[in-house]
Design a protein around this ligand. Structure first.
Ligand SMILES: [Zn+2]
Length: 80
């Protein structure tokens, strides 16, 4: 084994409120389900709430130059 290193691109991914289009959704509770736990989020500007399978804002790191794509809040690798 040997140490290796490489540059990465870091992204901060956030969800803008679907209702007021201004606030950001922030977690405040977890709904335990059998397969996928959902995290309840509340807008920091209005009263809108929404659940997601991830916590926003989230940080993702990909190899430098890799393209990322998001659909419905889920990261989908843009396979070449
Ligand atoms: Zn809002």
């Amino acid at each position: 084994m040997a140490i290796t290193y490489y540059k990465v691109d870091q992204y901060s991914v956030d969800w803008i409120c679907d209702k007021c289009k201004e606030g950001f959704m922030r977690p405040y509770a977890t709904i335990i389900k059998t397969k996928t736990d959902l995290i309840r989020h509340k807008c920091n500007k209005c009263i809108h709430t929404q659940s997601f399978p991830v916590v926003y804002p989230m940080q993702i790191v990909v190899p430098e130059g890799d393209e990322i794509d998001f659909q419905d809040g889920k990261e989908t690798k843009a396979d070449a």
